[in-house]
Design a protein around this ligand. Structure first.
Ligand SMILES: O=C(O)CCC(=O)C(=O)O
Length: 212
């Protein structure tokens, strides 16, 4: 009874639209930032290119059993890092626990990520609207964690146009989109000039997926 009352005052999770779940200030930013630092020491952030040869403005790195990759051969998941030939670093078990628990709370009971793409946004950089469609099973959600400078995440519809749902994401927020929202266009608005003690003028986003 007490819990119900408390949950109503400070809900841990809000469903913003069908399949879109927001957990404000949910993660310990330092714990996630430590993982980002150790992964990017091994695999520094880099700008990949699209299959058409355009530089991707958001720099990326990966951890997990497989890593998202893009070059002239197309968008895909790679079982090892094509640059070094080595496996991607593992997703630490304590990070898995946090992500899997959040997914369960949103009703995704079988979610265990096998891939995490780490995005780094610099001031004025945006992520154009896209659908994540290189994964095998679209019944699995996407779980995203934001660190550092705040940004506006946008969810459109089944096309890029129209009025988006704008979701401000701050450091420590966790967002899940799955179910009816899994195959909607989404992107991130141009990053405003800002400062955060953890990341300076940048924003980091970790996007956990079940890709295989
Ligand atoms: O940076 C974000 O909040 C979202 C990232 C994203 O949509 C993606 O990596 O596909």
């Amino acid at each position: 009874m007490q819990n119900d009352l408390f949950d109503n005052i400070a809900p841990e999770m809000e469903e913003l639209a069908p399949g879109v779940f927001l957990f404000r200030s949910y993660v310990d930013e330092n714990v996630f930032m430590d993982t980002v630092k150790s992964v990017t020491e091994e695999i520094p952030f880099r700008h990949m290119v699209t299959p058409g040869g355009k530089k991707i403005n958001v720099a990326g790195s990966s951890m997990g059993q497989c890593g998202w990759y893009s070059d002239h051969r197309g968008y895909r998941y790679e079982m090892s890092n094509p640059v070094t030939g080595k496996n991607w670093p593992d997703i630490p078990e304590h990070i898995h626990r946090i992500i899997t628990n959040a997914a369960k709370k949103a009703g995704f009971n079988n979610f265990r990520a096998d891939s995490c793409f780490i995005n780094r946004y610099e001031p004025n950089i945006r992520l154009t609207a896209h659908i994540d469609q290189d994964e095998v099973d679209f019944t699995q959600p996407i779980v995203s964690v934001s660190l550092g400078v705040s940004a506006i995440f946008q969810i459109f519809g089944e096309t890029r146009g129209g009025k988006p749902l704008n979701i401000p994401l701050h450091s420590g927020d966790l967002l899940i989109f799955g179910g009816p929202a899994r195959r909607l266009y989404h992107g991130v608005k141009k990053l405003d000039l800002g400062h955060h003690p953890l990341t300076g003028d940048k924003r980091i986003n970790l996007t956990f997926r079940k890709a295989l």
